[in-house]
Design a protein around this ligand. Structure first.
Ligand code: UDP
Length: 195
């Protein structure tokens, strides 16, 4: 995959299908190793200017996709490249459709009660296994406890939906502890899955 640079941030020129192939490979390859995925959008670029740990989390991510047309446009203007969209919601839904009951998903984020509904709906619609659930409103001193919950769940896929920056820095900081094959920051995806 070709990796571009956009405002000092990485952007991978990868289709949704190729993204799903790669994440599937990470999930089912032994031994398990942690990987972080970022779905880049313009808000991330602006916000990360004043948040160096957010920049780092994106720079060291294993995969950075274009979440929407804003990034596709920027890559065209600044890098003269046609980068396809691979939005967070499509990645999450695509993985659940492809792998169904072979996928153990941890739902981390959104307001208390919402991730429970999202998990129920996803289990019903895609047949996925629910590895764990936790809301997204906790303070930094609780991060380690939550990261250990994710580690102990044995999840294949961690959905971290705690807002731009917070979700990416959490995934990056705790990646070795959580050791989840795919950890993806995915904004409003838990709210959307909850309907
Ligand atoms: N969220 C969270 N913890 C927080 C802030 C936000 O779990 O401290 C959740 C929020 O409930 C929503 C998702 O993160 O489900 C995205 O929130 P928002 O759209 O406000 O964040 P943005 O992506 O715009 O930064």
């Amino acid at each position: 995959t070709q990796r571009l640079t956009l405002f000092d941030l990485p952007l991978d020129n990868i289709t949704l299908d190729a993204t799903l192939d790669r994440l599937g490979d990470w999930i089912y390859r032994a031994p398990r190793a942690p990987h972080t995925v970022v779905t880049l959008n313009p808000e991330f670029i602006v916000q990360s200017r004043t948040q160096p740990d957010f920049v780092t989390a994106m720079q060291v991510a294993d995969l950075v996709t274009a979440d929407g047309v804003g990034i596709v446009w920027a890559a065209r203007q600044l890098c003269a490249q046609e980068v396809p969209r691979a939005p967070g919601f499509d990645i999450v839904q695509g993985l659940m459709k492809r792998h169904g009951a072979d996928l153990r998903v941890f739902f981390l984020g959104a307001k208390p009660g919402v991730a429970e509904v999202a998990a129920q709906n996803a289990a019903r619609d895609y047949g996925i296994q629910v590895a764990g659930i936790h809301h997204g409103y906790f303070d930094l001193p609780e991060d380690q406890r939550v990261a250990e919950l994710v580690r102990d769940s044995g999840a294949d896929l961690l959905l971290t939906a705690m807002g731009a920056g917070r979700q990416e820095t959490f995934n990056q900081y705790w990646r070795q502890v959580m050791n989840t094959p795919v950890m993806i920051g995915c904004g409003g995806v838990i709210d959307v899955l909850a309907g």
